[in-house]
Design a protein around this ligand. Structure first.
Ligand SMILES: [Zn+2]
Length: 101
């Protein structure tokens, strides 16, 4: 699971950077690269990424806790894999991480 956790952290860093930079290029609400918008999109993406980073930390804590049962560990692994699915079509995504159901 270590690999997918590192992969997830890297993708979230990219997502946040892309959202801010792509949005800075031009916002659809203004359609003007020089206009300043107040749509709140970059802030929303940053908050979403922050929440997912914290969720990953929680899940890692559960995985590493001796109090977590094998069943709980299995469900936690699945939750981490679910978080990675948005990147399942990338060439560097390990097919072993793919959830098809
Ligand atoms: Zn905007």
């Amino acid at each position: 699971m270590r690999d997918v956790i590192g992969y997830l952290r890297t993708r979230l860093d990219e997502l946040e950077t892309q959202a801010v930079h792509l949005h800075r290029a031009v916002c659809a609400t203004t359609g003007n690269a020089h206009a300043v918008c107040d749509c709140g999109y970059p802030g929303l993406v940053s908050a979403d990424v922050r929440a997912r980073r914290e969720l990953i930390e929680e899940l890692v804590d559960w995985l590493e806790s001796e109090d977590t049962s094998d069943r709980g560990r299995g469900r936690t692994n699945r939750a981490l894999l679910l978080l990675a699915q948005p990147w399942a079509q990338r060439s560097d995504f390990d097919p072993y991480w793919r959830i098809d159901d």
